[in-house]
Structures are given as structure tokens and as C-alpha cells.
Design a protein around this ligand. Sequence first.
Ligand SMILES: *[C@@H]1O[C@H](CO)[C@@H](O)[C@H](O)[C@H]1NC(C)=O
Ligand SMILES: *[C@@H]1O[C@H](CO)[C@@H](O)[C@H](O)[C@H]1NC(C)=O
Ligand SMILES: *[C@@H]1O[C@H](CO)[C@@H](O)[C@H](O)[C@H]1NC(C)=O
Ligand SMILES: [Cu+2]
Length: 161
Amino acid sequence: MASYRFITLAIVAIIVLPTVVMATEYIVGDDKGWNLNFKSQDWAKDKVFYVGDTLVFNYIVGNHSVFKVNGTGFNDCIVPSPELGLTTGNDTIPLKAPGNKWYICGVKKHCADHGMKLAITVQAEAPAVAPTPTKSSAFQITSSASQLIMAAMVFIAMIVV
Ligand SMILES: *[C@@H]1O[C@H](CO)[C@@H](O)[C@H](O)[C@H]1NC(C)=O
Ligand SMILES: *[C@@H]1O[C@H](CO)[C@@H](O)[C@H](O)[C@H]1NC(C)=O
Ligand SMILES: *[C@@H]1O[C@H](CO)[C@@H](O)[C@H](O)[C@H]1NC(C)=O
Ligand SMILES: [Cu+2]
């Protein structure tokens, strides 16, 4: 009975986990955090951001801040009014919509003089099963149908257990 329950949980995990694991939390600047001489291009270049991911800006409270701006604000380092800024030192920003996003530091001339600016492009939601160009739509239908059948089997198994 116990092992049956374990198998059921394992099957649930196999179905559910891939969609959960896809959401990534990105620490901006990694170990160095959101700091002077942040190398925006270096940090972002190998990353693909998807809707559902989050950005975390880590820094010493008071030393920096985070403002979401538009492309003009990014290029010209235009800091919006202070109440629009994030200042907790651990600012978590969920990426809710696809498109270009721009963030700058609002402290002194950190944006203009120290490169404290970040531009990223957020892609639409990451597919649970990575699509390949060769996959036919028929296969995709088959694949989602088999997922449905598996989900139904798990549901039945759980009732039985
Ligand atoms: C934070 O700001 C304070 C005051 O300006 C400064 O003394 C300190 O060195 C800064 N810390 C870091 C890690 O930059
Ligand atoms: C960018 O943001 C600034 C300040 O919020 C605003 O005045 C300006 O019109 C915006 N520019 C564009 C192209 O949206
Ligand atoms: C930063 O915030 C996240 C949630 O927004 C939390 O999980 C995490 O523990 C916080 N880290 C610190 C160092 O406060
Ligand atoms: Cu700063």
C-alpha cells in the first residue's frame, strides 16, 4: 500500500515538476549582486527569460535602488520619481508579460557612470515540452492526448489509494 502511494506520488511529480522547474529565479549580477560596474550585457547575454521567471536585485539598502523604465529612460538614465523605485535591497520582480524590459539604479549617477542598467527581453511562456521545428502538429496532439490519459490514470490511482 505504502509503495503504491509512493509510485502515485512519483507519477504526479513527473507530470507536475517540469512545468514548475521551468520558472527560474535570476539573481541579477549573480554573486556580486546589483552593484557598481554591473556588466549588464555580460550577465544577460546567455540567458533566456520567460514569463513566470523572476529577477532578484540584491544590494545593500540605501546604496542602490531599482526603477523600471522605458527604452528612453534606459538609454538616457532618466530616474522616475522616488516613490516608483524599489529599495528593499532584495527586490523581487516577477516577469509577467513578454517584451523588452528596462531597469536602472536611481542612486546618484550609478546608471550613467557605473553601468547600473539592465535590459532584457522576456519571451512568452516556456513550453512544458520543448518544441522542435521538426515536430508535426499531429505529434503534438498525440503528445498532449497521452498526457491527458496519464493525468486521468493518476487521478484514478489516487482515488483507489
Ligand atoms: C554602501 O554605501 C556606504 C555609504 O555610502 C559605503 O560606505 C559602503 O562602502 C557601500 N557599500 C558597498 C558594498 O558598496
Ligand atoms: C518613457 O517614460 C517617460 C517617463 O515615464 C515618459 O515621459 C516618456 O513619454 C516615455 N517614453 C515612451 C517612448 O514611452
Ligand atoms: C528575498 O526575497 C525573497 C522573496 O521575495 C525571499 O524568499 C528571500 O528569502 C529574501 N532574501 C533575503 C536575503 O532577504
Ligand atoms: Cu546604484
